[in-house]
Design a protein around this ligand. Structure first.
Ligand code: ZN
Length: 123
């Protein structure tokens, strides 16, 4: 999850560095007025915690790539094992392949929940 504020002058997004999980926490951390200098137009404005929006971060994409690589590695390992392991190891393949997917999916659900909580709650 990433916190962004959209510039009052040019509407371009600016990243807010904070690990706050909701707007109350963010206001506690940054104060009632958050001064943000726009990366695009260099104008500084005061924003309230309500102007901050939570969005999915680039981490989602990195994790997706990690999941695909993880799946390939596990599949490769299991295919080698199946040769020696006989019929029972056949069942390991779908289980092993689905593990990275399950981890990624549950992480994504958690991330979605955090974004929803942040955006729903207005101070
Ligand atoms: Zn701007």
């Amino acid at each position: 999850m990433i916190l962004r504020i959209y510039c009052k002058s040019c509407s371009k997004p600016n990243k807010i560095n904070s690990y706050a999980s909701d707007r109350v926490e963010l206001a506690k951390e940054k104060g009632d007025l958050i001064k943000v200098k726009c990366n695009n137009c260099s104008k500084t404005h005061d924003y309230s915690a309500n102007d901050v929006i939570a969005e999915g971060s680039i981490l989602n994409l990195i994790l997706l790539v990690g999941m695909i690589i993880g799946t390939i590695i596990i599949a490769n390992f299991l295919i080698q094992y199946i040769d020696k392991g006989g019929i029972y190891s056949m069942f390991l393949l779908p289980v092993g392949i689905s593990i990275p997917g399950i981890i990624y999916y549950s992480w994504l659900l958690e991330e979605k929940k955090r974004i929803k909580i942040f955006n729903r709650f207005r101070k």
